[in-house]
Structure formats: structure tokens, C-alpha cells
Design a protein around this ligand. Structure first.
Ligand code: 3PG
Length: 305
């Protein structure tokens, strides 16, 4: 059995050591394709792989066509919008994610971006504090819950909107539920996005939605760039000098956003899950899920049923 780790953005070495241990203890072989720059490198590497571990790497029909031996692909992380699920099913390939394994890392970065924004991007001028401000968590999944836990320590008031999460779960976490996205944006000084990129959510964070935020509003995006209507947000940043946008997913129109100096910040690469701990948790979980599937047929985290 050949397990390929195909990561354009590599895991920390300590995570690879852990993945290797799990794979080799099962009697399988580990192959690494890291920091690849062209799709053809991925197409060549998958040719004889029985299993693949990926991060945000794109596994589409072309990759699946090239992966003649492939039985399982595991996205070491939460969002699996980078896998063509229908094509995986058509190729009889099981697709999985590793929910929750990197969520603390993403949540810590979201809070870090909030501090950066309210301290004027650390430019030395007088900013504001998070304590006493109202935080809106847009989607209360694994990352949203961790954001709430950490934000409580900052003394923030916390609200959340999630059409798929019962109020009781939010209340139990000390979070006030609101019942529409509009309400959340209207009522919160800072909104932190934790929605997946789906047909329903793509471009849903648009001019109208963000324009509802109170004066001095901060939008934090550690979710996906696709959920932002970039033209709408650019227009709004032009109209409202008080708003800020901070993200670890560089927008397609980064060059245009850069015009809003002091009110926009993006990391060069998506880095919410770029910690040794998150890499170890998600990478080793992915390796174990592969072994469990191959040896025992366990499909617990399958996402293409
Ligand atoms: C996820 O969906 O798990 C996060 O966005 C992390 O993505 P990454 O593995 O590409 O850093």
C-alpha cells in the first residue's frame, strides 16, 4: 500500500514523523510530494498511490483519473471544498476529512487577527480593546466554538448565527444565538467567519451584509475566500472609511484591497492551521483513518456518501 502526502503547503516535520510512524507500522509505504508548483507533478505522483493525504490541494476529476489505484483521499483538515466529491464517488474513491483536528489553531489566529485590527495593524497609534466589544461568530462549528471559548477570556460579549446549530448548544457555551445573518452583522462590532464554501455560501458575504455592521466594524475571515463578494466588499471599504477586513486567505483582488492601507490585512498563505499541533493532530488523524479504512473498512468521516 502506498500512501502519498501531497501538500503544496507542507506539514511541520514533526507531523510528518508521526504520519510516517502510523503508515509504516501498518506495513505501508509513505511517499511525500511537498511544495509542488505544477499540477502535472501531482498527476504523476498520484499514479500509483492507494491513499492520499492532502490539505487545500485540489483533487478534481483529472487527478482522480490519473490515480488508477486510489481507494481513499483524506483532507487533513475541515473544509473539503477542494475535493470533487461527485468525481470521487464516480471513481469509487472514499473521501474523508478530519473534523475538529485543526480548529483551535484557526480560532487562535482569528483572535490574533482581531487584536491586530483593533490595534490599528500594530502601527503604534492608539487603538481599542476587545474587552466589552460584541463578537459575532458566523457559524458555530468546531472553529466557531473555539473562537467563543477564547473570546470569553478576552471579556467579549458573544453572539452567533448558525442555521444548522440548535440554540441550546450556543447557550450552553455562553453564547447568545441570533436567528439571521443580518441580525448578527447589525449587532456585532466584530464578525468572524466560520462558514464553509458551498453553493449556498459563495459570495454571500456581500456589500449589503457587511454594510449592516456598526461604525468601526471589523470583518475577520479565516474561512474561505470564496464566501466573500470581493467587488461588493471593495466598494463598501471605499464608501465606509471606518470598516476593516482582516484575513488569512488572500483575496483574488488582493492588489485592489491593498489600496485600503491600515484597514486591510491578508497573510501571504492561508495559515490558520499552520501550527505544529494542528499539523500533528490533522495529519496523524488522516493517516489513522486511512489505515482504519484499508484494514477494517471504517468510513466514519466519509464525506461523499
Ligand atoms: C481547513 O479547512 O481545515 C483549514 O482551512 C485549513 O486549511 P489548510 O490545511 O490548507 O491550512
Amino acid at each position: 500500500m502506498k500512501v502519498l502526502v501531497a501538500t503544496e503547503k507542507p506539514f511541520a516535520k514533526v507531523a510528518i514523523d508521526g504520519i510516517r510512524k502510523v503508515v509504516e507500522e501498518a506495513g505501508y509505504e509513505l511517499v511525500l510530494l511537498e511544495k509542488y508548483t505544477e499540477k502535472k507533478q501531482l498527476l504523476a505522483a498520484v499514479a500509483d498511490a492507494d491513499a492520499i493525504i492532502i490539505r487545500s490541494d485540489v483533487v478534481d476529476a483529472e487527478v482522480l483519473d490519473a490515480a488508477k489505484q486510489l481507494k481513499i483521499v483524506v483532507r487533513a483538515g475541515a473544509g473539503y471544498d477542494n475535493i470533487d466529491l461527485a468525481a470521487a464517488t464516480a471513481h469509487k474513491v472514499v473521501a474523508m476529512n478530519t473534523p475538529g483536528q485543526n480548529s483551535n489553531a484557526v480560532a487562535e489566529l482569528a483572535l490574533g487577527l482581531m487584536v491586530m485590527a483593533v490595534r490599528n495593524m500594530y502601527n503604534g497609534t492608539s487603538g481599542t480593546e476587545l474587552k466589552g466589544k460584541t463578537l459575532g461568530i458566523h457559524a458555530f462549528g468546531n472553529v466557531g466554538r473555539n473562537v467563543a471559548r477564547i473570546a470569553k477570556g478576552f471579556g467579549m460579549n458573544i453572539k452567533a448565527y448558525d442555521a444548522y446549530c440548535p440554540d441550546e448548544a450556543m447557550v450552553a457555551a455562553g453564547v447568545e444565538p441570533v436567528h439571521s445573518a443580518e441580525e448578527l452583522y447589525q449587532q456585532c462590532d466584530i464578525v468572524s467567519l466560520h462558514i464553509p464554501a458551498t453553493d449556498e455560501t459563495k459570495k454571500s458575504i456581500n456589500h449589503h451584509m457587511v454594510s449592516l455592521m456598526p461604525k468601526g466594524g471589523v470583518l475577520v475571515n479565516t474561512a474561505r475566500k470564496e464566501v466573500i463578494d470581493e467587488d461588493g466588499l471593495l466598494q463598501l471599504l471605499q464608501e465606509r472609511q471606518d470598516l476593516k477586513y482582516v484575513t488569512d486567505i488572500m483575496p483574488v483582488k488582493d492588489a485592489e484591497f491593498r489600496a485600503f492601507e491600515g484597514r486591510y490585512f491578508a497573510t501571504p498563505k492561508k495559515m490558520g492551521a499552520q501550527t505544529a499541533e494542528a499539523n500533528i493532530n490533522a495529519g496523524i488523524a488522516a493517516a489513522k483513518q486511512i489505515v482504519d479504512f484499508i484494514e477494517n473498512g471504517v468510513t466514519k468521516f466519509q464525506v461523499n456518501k
